[in-house]
Design a protein around this ligand. Structure first.
Ligand code: DGT
Ligand code: CA
Ligand code: CA
Ligand code: ZN
Length: 580
């Protein structure tokens, strides 16, 4: 456990004591110790072993005990027993402006309010204003505060983060002093949601100041939250934080690797470095000097690229999307990493809407958009009749649309519109079209759009029944989740995926940045079972077609190769595949 983590725990202990209503001196001692610890330069482990931890000014008996426990065992019984007094949501509540430990503890004891959601409910119902020490104004401020916390501390959809990042990144990149530049962090790893943006660049010393200035004065910067010699942090106007780190070019691969993460992946790589007698951090490898003597003779490798770093610790290059410490290190050790699918492998896509249902563009506009992207085909899948909210198609309108598609296909050269449908899975698992209509499509995407409130067993049965329908080709957005808004419905995903594998059904990665559903962790499971994956933008407008790129990111996070993805097939291959 490192110093910052220990300091965080000391801070938390201080806060927990405040919540418990202990003597303020006591809690202040912990907050103070946390600050002191941040300034300690010696190795904590050595200080603890030599019994010198108490000698640090500001570290008393009880803080020393916690530090020793954490350093030696990674756990502190004192901290853990304190934690049991309060649910974790309590800490989120304290992020709200004006909600100190006193108020939070009071609300928890008096009204069992233990999360931001509880608090919001109580405030909206006007339950707080009647309490002692609260009032109408406090209640309003709490609601405002909740909004702020959500805007600034919550995660962001990847498209929002990427658009914001790209705009400021393009400007920095164009500075003549930049040698190398990359977006790092979760954005580079293509996570489904993004906390903050991390930019790493290398430059000559003399240019650093100007680059920092360029960053902090960018038009999208709302507020500067930190400005040092090599690091600056800002809040962008969409509410997302953005960190810039400028390093010497010799450090660039190390900084890029470190700030790409994930933290768990970094820890694993660092342990491999250690086995070689090196330490590894954002600046480079260094020889462990307190280690055994023979290790000292080891030379530190110079690394010009990330590939070199991986090579130095005996690994094949690990693509950023895989860096989650979920088996990629072992695979890289034994030459078993997948050759990931790329955006360039994509030849078309399947689940798109037009103005026949709730899309904004016509069939020919969508087709033109797909051709402009260099695609060879586009699959249309408008909603079925029960989806009244989405102007779902009746059987008659299906026929009309199919005629129009035929007419367009007659005119196209080297391009094809596939006739599909996104048919609703009704509550009992039946589909919203009869077999005759279903048979008229090239493929059928089946999705749940209603009655999310079933229990896990009923929801699993419902989707299973639809899956077994012989006309169903693709399962649409399997869990129904809306990222940062709504969890997926309860569902036994493994059971469904196993059945899809047995029945030879395709499962979609819905590439809409609000969904990214199937989740990448389950994508990996699905392809291991042999399930074919389709990457579908669920696009309702021409510009939405490019959302396929986010789906490709998720496919890559799910270890997909070209062969696992339906969209990499040619028109002919798709036709043959669908015939099976
Ligand atoms: P996010 O921003 O929450 O979506 O996720 P990340 O992965 O971008 O995390 P962030 O921005 O906090 O940090 C960027 C990377 O820096 C992270 O992926 C790994 C590295 N990093 C940050 N803190 C630590 C740490 O305490 N230990 C290690 N080993 N790496 C860290
Ligand atoms: Ca980040
Ligand atoms: Ca960051
Ligand atoms: Zn849908």
């Amino acid at each position: 456990m490192d110093k910052t983590q220990i300091a965080d725990i000391l801070d938390e202990v201080g806060t927990l004591l405040e919540l418990k209503g202990e003597n303020p001196f006591k809690s202040r001692a912990f907050h103070n110790a946390a600050r002191v610890l941040a300034g300690v330069t010696e190795d904590l482990k050595i200080l603890v072993e030599n019994g010198e931890i108490r000698k640090i000014k500001g570290i008393g008996e009880s803080t020393a005990k916690i530090i020793s426990d954490l350093v030696t065992t990674g756990k502190s019984p004192d901290h853990e027993s304190l934690r049991k007094f309060f649910p974790p949501g309590i800490f989120d509540m304290m992020k709200i402006q004006g909600m100190g430990p006193k108020k939070v503890a009071f609300l928890y004891k008096k009204m069992k309010i233990s999360s931001i959601e509880d608090l919001e409910k109580a405030a909206k119902a006007g339950k707080l204003e009647k309490l002692e020490g609260f009032g109408k104004k406090t209640e309003e401020n709490i609601l405002l505060g909740i909004e702020q916390v959500r805007k600034h501390s919550s995660k962001f959809h990847i498209n929002v983060a990427e658009t914001a990042a790209q705009s400021i990144f393009d400007v920095i990149k164009s500075h003549k002093g930049i040698i190398r530049a990359e977006l790092a962090g979760s954005l580079r790893r293509r996570k489904e949601t993004i906390g903050d943006i991390d930019i790493v660049v290398s430059a000559k010393k003399k240019d650093v100041k100007e680059i920092m200035k360029l960053f902090t004065s960018h038009k999208s910067v709302e507020r500067i939250t930190g400005e040092g010699e090599t690091k600056a942090s800002v809040v962008l106007n969409v509410g997302i934080n953005c960190d810039l780190r400028v390093v010497d070019d010799s450090e660039f691969p190390f900084a890029l690797n470190y700030f790409t993460g994930s933290k768990e992946h970094n820890v694993h790589i660092r342990s491999l470095a250690r086995e070689n007698g090196w330490t590894l951090n954002e600046y480079g490898f260094a020889v462990i000097d307190s280690g055994e003597k023979e290790r000292k003779s080891k030379k530190v490798v110079i690394c010009k690229t990330e590939e070199d770093i991986y090579k130095a610790v005996g690994l094949d290059y690990v693509e950023p999307e895989l860096r989650e410490d979920l088996g990629e290190v072992d695979a890289a050790q034994s030459g078993k990493l997948p050759k990931l699918v790329t955006y360039n492998d994509i030849r078309g896509t399947f689940h798109c809407h037009t103005n026949y249902s709730d899309g904004h563009n016509t069939l020919s506009e969508m087709a033109a958009g797909a051709q402009k992207l260099g695609w060879e085909y586009l699959g249309i899948a408008d909603h079925s009749k029960v989806a009244a909210y989405a102007n779902g198609l009746s059987e008659e309108r299906v026929k009309k649309q199919q005629k129009e598609i035929d007419a367009l296909n007659d005119k196209f050269k080297n391009f094809k519109l596939f006739k599909g449908t996104e048919v609703d899975i009704l509550t009992n698992g039946d589909l919203d079209f009869n077999d005759k209509t279903l048979a008229s499509f090239d493929y059928v995407v089946a999705s749940v759009h209603s009655n999310f409130k079933l229990n896990e067993s009923d929801m699993t049965k419902r989707i299973m029944k639809a899956l077994k329908n012989k006309y169903v080709t693709i399962l649409g957005h399997l869990t129904g989740r809306l990222l940062l808004e709504r969890d997926g419905y309860p569902l036994n995903q493994t059971e469904i995926i196993n059945a899809a594998a047995d029945l030879g059904k395709i499962i979609e990665i819905n590439a809409h940045p609000m969904r990214l559903d199937l989740d990448w962790r389950m994508v990996k499971y699905a392809i291991n079972k042999g399930v074919m994956i389709a990457i579908n933008p669920d696009s309702h407008v021409v510009s939405g077609l490019t959302d396929v790129q986010y789906g490709v990111g998720i496919a890559r996070k799910g270890w997909c190769e070209k062969k696992d993805i339906l969209n990499t097939k040619t028109v002919k291959q798709v036709e043959e595949y669908l015939k099976k």
